[in-house]
Design a protein around this ligand. Structure first.
Ligand code: EPZ
Length: 424
């Protein structure tokens, strides 16, 4: 029996949300512990299911770790990979979380071999890893695919290379950085992804003794070193969580202070777009304030790699635009199947037409509460947003999707005067 959330409609979100560490920064940082036999201490780690999954994977390989909750919203984790004997990432873990592929680079870098299950597809698309593998081959890795597993070996160790990504890939860039930090010689990555989570990983690796420059730009240079040392690193705040709660304020005609990060730097295009949609954005101590102006204007949105509009905030924006005055258009350029939330929003009375990569949204005056189910992580929160604004009660099923990427949701909403009820 999966857990559900009951949500009474027409609630107004008004308060302060402490933003947690970023899931998409924490996952590569956890994998980076494989690169050194010395202790890596991570603080501001979000207590998420995906973090537990990555810890389970690292634990199976022999990484020792100690988890210390520091609040409802954060943990401190000490990891040590001085006794790793197993270089296998098994299918039963990888199928739950595609980001498991992030052990590929560090295992090859430190141990010269690994066997990682192919991630397989997921709700939002086929999600291949061909660019990861092409990059590893450029560094001198022999790759073979057998029984759904990537068998990778670097008999003569990894050597630096000049590699041009055919298209931007976030975890592909992260895997290549982690593979190159202990390679012999210098690696140049061109057309690298520029997401802040990549910068956060590179900053942590440099604290461990790596020699990386250009991170955050599309050309990253990594000069190989012979070994990495102990380090302590604070996980970057979660820009996607922050954007999600900003849209919650917008759709419920409320206001929210988002505390814990430099969100103007982390969400440049997103803040421009919600301003265009009629929300007011101002600075407060430790973050920003987002307020509804009482009206949601229709806009055009196109998802793009950073610093463009984040694909991970596409579903949540769509929920808010369902209540806009006029007709909006969302173009999803990153994932080929990331409109699964459209069917569920339509069941709540939204008026959305999908044609290829475009979703055309005609604003309605009211959404109607209904039983709906989550299809993927970010879609799950778009349904929470719609349910908060709808007339009547909604029941959201398959809440496990939400728990993969959002922590302490009930508590954070309650801090803004919104009540939701979890039940089985
Ligand atoms: C990261 O996924 C994020 N996950 C995703 O967030 C996010 O949606 C995505 O980047 C885009 O920003 C983590 O960081 C753990 P990509 P990733 O490689 O790295 C294609 C969430 O909700 N591609 O940048 O897997 C791919 O199919 C998650 O938190 C290849 O074709 O995404 C996609 O169309 C969802 N071959 C595009 O590139 C490859 O080898 C971008 O993928 C790799 C990717």
């Amino acid at each position: 029996m999966t857990e559900k959330i009951k949500i009474r409609g027409r609630q107004v979100l008004d308060g302060v949300v402490q933003i947690s560490g970023a899931k998409n920064a924490a996952l590569p940082l956890l994998a980076a512990s494989l690169l050194s036999p010395e202790t890596l201490q991570l603080t501001n780690v979000p207590p998420l299911v995906d973090v537990q999954t990555m810890l389970a994977l690292l634990g199976e390989m022999g990484v020792k770790f100690r988890v210390q909750p520091t609040s409802d919203y954060a943990m401190s984790i000490e990891l040590q990979a001085d006794a790793v004997e197993c270089f296998i990432a098994p299918y039963d873990i990888v199928k739950k979380m595609r980001a498991s592929i992030l052990v590929l680079g560090p295992l090859l870098s430190r141990f010269g071999e690994c066997c990682v299950s192919l991630p397989g597809g997921c709700a939002i698309g086929v999600r291949p890893v061909d660019l990861h593998l092409r990059g590893m081959e450029a560094l001198g890795v022999n790759i073979s695919l057998k029984d759904g597993y990537i068998s990778a070996k670097a008999p003569r160790g990894l050597r630096g290379a000049d590699f041009n990504f055919p298209s931007a890939t976030v975890t592909g860039t992260e895997n290549m950085i982690m593979a190159a930090v202990l390679a012999s010689g210098t690696t140049v990555l061109r057309n690298a992804a520029k997401e802040p989570e990549i910068e956060d990983l590179a900053n942590c690796l440099n604290q461990m003794g790596a020699d990386i420059s250009g991170h955050g730009s599309s050309t990253i240079e990594i000069r190989g070193v012979t070994g990495l040392r102990a380090a302590k690193h604070d996980v970057l705040p979660d820009r996607i969580e922050a954007g999600t709660y900003a849209l919650a304020a917008g759709i419920t005609n409320g206001a929210v202070d988002l505390i814990g990060g430099d969100f103007r730097r982390l969400l440049p295009t997103f803040l421009d777009k919600i301003t265009e949609a009629g929300l007011w954005v101002s600075d407060v101590d430790g973050g920003i304030r987002v307020e509804s102006s009482g009206k949601i204007s229709a806009i055009q949105v196109e998802t793009q790699p950073f610093p463009g509009y984040p694909t991970d905030l596409q579903a949540q924006m769509m929920a808010m635009l369902c209540m806009a005055d006029g007709e909006s258009d969302i173009c999803e350029t990153i994932w080929e199947n990331r409109f699964l939330h459209v069917a569920e929003l339509t069941r709540m009375g939204a008026d959305i037409g999908v044609s290829g990569a475009h979703a055309h949204i005609r604003g309605v005056r009211h959404l109607l509460g209904a039983p709906v189910f989550a299809t993927d992580l970010r879609a799950s929160f778009s349904l929470v947003l719609a349910a908060l604004a709808a007339d009547g009660e909604s029941i959201l099923d398959r809440v496990y999707h939400l728990d993969r990427g959002y922590c302490a949701v009930k508590k954070k909403l309650a801090g803004c005067g919104v009540t939701v009820e979890r039940f089985r």
